[in-house]
Design a protein around this ligand. Structure first.
Ligand code: CA
Length: 435
């Protein structure tokens, strides 16, 4: 994935808000979402620029583009991005470069494209793809060790962890878009000192800060995707909150892993930042020399030199009291996707090495992206040491786990000395009481 004219940090747009300090969506980003601005309208594709959305339905109708970019825009008029994802890197790149040129300062398409803009403030978003399968990985060794210590003090890190990108098959039906509320689940739990389990609302409700990874082109059954070919199959990244009921999880997770403790809801951000847009923020991936080195199918020079991503991830909490008093949300932690023990390419190569096929719109979670420092933990169970040490919020409130009315806000951003800041927008979910 090489840099091209669309990454030029000097580019500016005739959409003034794209130059606003702090915007997530300068002209170098151009992420995709599925949206509508009226409830009577069909959902369709859009691209973020500043505080506006380029309505790809309107672009198609006005026939502003030609050739491959026109075909790409037509695919984006549908209520999900699967058809566009399936078109492959040539079409993704063609749409990006055509939009980049059209949105640039001085473009001859300025007036016509201006008629296709919709303010983000008027938009309602939908899950951007029909997600056939959702796989949740576990790629932060810091998270795996922290959680392992709580569940198995003598044996925190399982022996396979440093050899296998661990994952489990999640539930795609309950993946929802940012802004949709999350109902506190009920289920079976068993306190360590209780003889039998009881049933009721989850008492240890948690979030997990993860990257979401959307697959673009799939593979045929029996034809693994080689490590260095994964760039041609990955569409882009979003923010992902893997809501987790820790008390339900502790009772159910052995021997086959999490089930109802995770399947009640997963929240993703509306915007998918494309693989191409992320090119300037790739960095070298390393494995400590005293750790096991990857087996050959998970090892390459390309993966070593550019497999990791420098993406800062932030979690904030807004309580009912903060909303009532109009106080800003309280930051819980800041971490980074560069802490991933396995790269996205290794996740794709490993997922398919047995012949398993991926399909356009499939989603991976990276796993909770905790960093090495305690303040970089990506879940409350880590920040509070299993619920034993409450965190103090900026307004003086305390939390061990989530309470009804709490809104969890996730944000992500990339910055590099030779590239502008681009962001992921937000993934937000508010907890409703159990029914
Ligand atoms: Ca997870």
């Amino acid at each position: 994935m090489t840099l091209n004219e669309t990454h030029d940090p000097k580019l500016t747009s005739w959409v003034n808000s794209a130059q606003q300090v702090g915007t997530d969506f300068p002209i170098q980003n151009l992420p995709l979402a599925i949206f509508r601005s009226e409830s009577t309208e069909p959902f369709r594709g859009g691209v973020a620029i500043g505080d506006q959305i380029v309505d790809l339905g309107a672009v198609a109708q006005a026939e502003l583009f030609s050739g491959e970019a026109a075909a790409a825009v037509t695919a984006c008029t549908k209520p999900s991005l699967n058809a566009f994802m399936n078109m492959g890197p040539g079409a993704w790149s063609s749409l990006r470069s055509t939009l980049s040129r059209g949105l640039r300062e001085g473009s001859s398409l300025n007036e016509k494209l201006a008629n296709c803009l919709v303010p983000q403030s008027e938009a309602e978003y939908a899950v951007p793809a029909d997600i056939g399968d959702y796989t949740d990985f576990y790629t932060s060794i810091h998270h795996a060790t922290n959680i392992g210590k709580l569940f198995r003090p003598d044996n925190p890190l399982m022996p396979n962890y440093q050899w296998v990108p661990i994952g489990y098959h999640g539930r795609s039906s309950s993946i929802q878009i940012s802004g949709v509320d999350v109902r506190r689940p009920k289920g079976q739990t068993k306190a360590p000192d209780a003889l039998t389990p009881s049933f009721g609302p989850c008492q240890r409700l948690d979030y997990e800060m993860e990257m979401g990874i959307f697959i673009g082109c799939g593979n045929e059954v029996g034809q693994p995707i080689p490590l260095d070919d994964s760039d041609n199959h990955i569409f882009g990244l979003c923010l992902l909150n893997d809501w987790s009921a820790r008390d339900i999880q502790a009772w159910e997770y052995q021997p086959l892993g999490p089930f109802l403790s995770k399947s009640f809801a997963t929240t993703i951000s509306p915007w998918i930042v494309t693989w191409e847009a992320l090119a300037p923020y790739r960095k070298e991936w390393t494995r400590p020399t005293d750790h096991p080195q990857p087996l050959p199918y998970l090892e390459s020079n390309h993966n070593r030199s550019t497999g990791a991503f420098d993406i800062e991830l932030e979690v904030l909490l807004e309580t009912k009291q903060m909303r009532r008093n109009q106080e800003p949300p309280s930051q819980l932690s800041v971490s980074n996707f560069r802490y991933s023990y396995w790269t996205v390419a290794q996740m794709v190569a490993h997922h398919t090495i047995n012949g398993c096929n991926l399909r356009p719109g499939d989603l991976f979670g990276s796993g909770t992206m905790s960093g090495p420092e305690p303040t970089e933990a990506g879940a409350l169970i880590e920040l509070t040491k299993g619920g034993k040490q409450p965190v103090t919020l900026t307004n003086g409130e305390h939390r061990t786990f989530l309470e009804d009315g709490d809104a969890v806000i996730m944000r992500g951003r990339c910055q590099h000395r030779n590239a502008p800041k681009i962001g992921f927008g937000e993934a937000v979910g508010t907890i409703l009481s159990a029914t």
